[in-house]
Write a protein that binds this ligand. Structure first.
Ligand code: ZN
Length: 211
């Protein structure tokens, strides 16, 4: 779903120059649209449309099912965010002034986490972001979630509202790459000045487990 969000980011871009389309935005703005689109895979107003396109045998999307989906998604969330923190810390450590042997550094840092390091695994060999321009910016994923949830507020309680979609499109798909992120948010909403401290409030707006 997240990668499909990147596809949508590129497909919906409406800029004069290709170099300003898709993810050609400020680094901490690259992930925000795709993270925002993830919400369509969680909300009732979009998921309840599935039976129109799937087999009649598909289960109805009701509050009970959504509650269980949300519970499953939030299971281990602390572990997931801790892992994200580890990735960011490793990213920062490898981008520092001190010369380090990447695998030895990873073994040490992962070894200090509750789950520890599994001998023989070599996660850094698959950590493509670290050499693809993110540099010491991998921490941005958490920040992007703040931005994504704030951007989502334009839809209110109905992600399928076409007027909200058009309003967002006019503001984002055409203009985001041409503006500094802070200025774009200022134009987006006078009340919309997300900070890292906004995360719990914004996350709490989303679907919560029903039990
Ligand atoms: Zn992404």
């Amino acid at each position: 779903m997240h990668e499909f969000g990147h596809v949508m980011h590129g497909v919906l871009s409406n800029t004069d120059y290709a170099s300003q389309a898709g993810t050609s935005v400020e680094r901490d703005f690259v992930e925000a649209p795709s993270q925002m689109f993830e919400e369509w895979a969680r909300r009732k107003e979009s998921l309840s449309l599935l039976p129109q396109f799937c087999s009649p045998a598909c289960p109805a999307v009701d509050d009970d099912l959504l509650g269980r989906l949300s519970t499953a998604r939030l299971y281990g969330a602390g572990m997931r965010y801790s892992r994200q923190h580890l990735y960011a810390a490793y990213d920062m450590a490898t981008s520092g002034a001190a010369s380090t042997e990447p695998l030895a550094l990873w073994d040490t840092m992962e070894g200090e986490t509750p789950l520890g390091h599994v001998p023989g695994t070599q996660f850094p060999g698959t950590f493509e972001h670290i050499i693809s321009g993110y540099a010491a910016g991998y921490y941005g994923y958490m920040w992007s979630e703040v931005l994504a949830l704030d951007m989502l507020s334009v839809y209110g309680t109905n992600l399928m509202d076409p007027r909200s979609g058009a309003a967002f499109g006019a503001r984002y798909w055409r203009r985001a790459a041409r503006r500094r992120r802070q200025r774009w948010f200022a134009s987006f909403s006078a009340a919309s000045r997300p900070t890292p401290r906004s995360w719990p409030r914004l996350r709490a707006r989303g679907p919560r487990p029903s039990h």
